[in-house]
Design a protein around this ligand. Sequence first.
Ligand SMILES: NC(=O)C1=CN([C@@H]2O[C@H](COP(=O)(O)OP(=O)(O)OC[C@H]3O[C@@H](n4cnc5c(N)ncnc54)[C@H](OP(=O)(O)O)[C@@H]3O)[C@@H](O)[C@H]2O)C=CC1
Ligand SMILES: O=C(O)C(=O)Cc1ccc(O)cc1
Length: 445
Amino acid sequence: MSSSTDPQPTIGLIGMGAMGRMYTKYLSQGGWTKIHVCDLPSKYEALKQEYDGVPGVVVLTDGHAVSRSADFIMYSVEAEFIESVVAEYGPSTKLNAIVAGQTSVKAPEKAAFENHLPPDAQIVSCHSLHGPGVSPIGQPLVLIRHRASVEALKQVETILSCFGSRFVYMSYDEHDLVTANTQAVTHAAFLSMGTAWASMRTYPWEHGLYVGGIETAKVNIALRIYSNKWHVYAGLAILNPSAKIQIDQFAASATVLFTMMLESGSDSEAEKKFRDRIEWAGKTVFGAEKKRTPILLSSDVLDRFSLGTPTGKTDKANSHLSLLAMVDCWAHLSIQPFEHLLLAATPIFRLFLGVAEHLFLSPTLLQSAIHSALYDTWHRQDDLEFVVAARGWSQCVSFGSFELYRRRFDETRAFFESRFEEAGVMGGEMIKAIMESEKEREAQQ
Ligand SMILES: NC(=O)C1=CN([C@@H]2O[C@H](COP(=O)(O)OP(=O)(O)OC[C@H]3O[C@@H](n4cnc5c(N)ncnc54)[C@H](OP(=O)(O)O)[C@@H]3O)[C@@H](O)[C@H]2O)C=CC1
Ligand SMILES: O=C(O)C(=O)Cc1ccc(O)cc1
């Protein structure tokens, strides 16, 4: 790191995509004066022009130039490529530099750093648990002191303090377990909703049946995910071994619950089995949480962020199969989602857990969802498409194919693309409102 006569370390960012740019922005605004950045050499000229005059930022040709000059180096590249990128630039790491990665799954990053960084390099990795369009203030920022002195960790904290995020400390292995619990299944659920809607060629908020309250949250988040980079979700699902197990359980839960819905009909024994299973899942996940202040805003507030206009048909109950399956999945895997809430929740996980909690802690809502699941047939096609989509995503992840993942993602994305701008604004405001209401509640408690 910097010597005592040089108060500012040189900060290096390799990969100037969405996250690299976000880091550059906050580091520059935070007053750091030596921020060396690069992307692929082919983007050098364009990046140089773009960052001309941005305080503290120097664009360099490639990762060798950044690695050789920086005291703290962060790799913000696709998880799929971390091994090859570190293999290329790692040997150029400045003597005694501290190295970090921003990848959403850490097992490949850890292996890449151990295999390709010089022995004098210290490793303090990180992970901002939010997307590039969310304000980092108050969000969890994971710090992983893997091969580094306490002093090195302090230096990283100092550099990143300008984000106003909440530091969360864990090991590489803990990180992958926690993020599988919070992110993998949440993403699988929203990816499946999107694929189901796209398969039916319907924008759910446009036909008036899925508008307002819980539906608003589902639509806004699904569109938010599809407007992000496919490789972010592919990487954390395919390269994290714990994620595969969870996504598989989610698909299994959706399938079993849907089958039970079909079997019930006039069969009271089958109906009882379904009710018992939902009740068991709800107790397992939410049972101990009766005294917690609920996460979610009221339905009225959620309605403010709706993409569609309530038509009066909106009171019609539906099965909320995705939420029932999520809670069933958590219960089967003995995941206690509230344990992660304080520690390492992303905005999307927080919101989805809040929506599930809203459903399960309201006896009226839950009973009407169960009743609708058992007796209504109008949403059967939607639920069937959802189950097919969940199984498809699970199979895709189990095959470990990035190409297949990209094709599935792109197909659904194309269907929603024209709506991203509108949904991005709404979704952003919804997340902001929820974060603010959380802060207010915390202050009151
Ligand atoms: N987006 C998100 O919500 C979050 C993402 N992350 C993680 O951060 C990392 C980056 O994600 P994000 O910024 O969204 O993705 P982007 O695709 O926007 O950015 C990655 C950038 O790295 C570039 N790159 C690839 N190889 C090299 C190389 N050899 N040298 C220099 N640059 C290279 C890519 O170029 P090219 O496109 O040409 O390949 C691209 O510009 C990922 O590992 C992701 O999992 C973490 C938190 C949130
Ligand atoms: O909130 C979410 O789950 C997101 O989708 C944004 C996101 C994506 C990848 C990360 O590694 C961290 C956050």
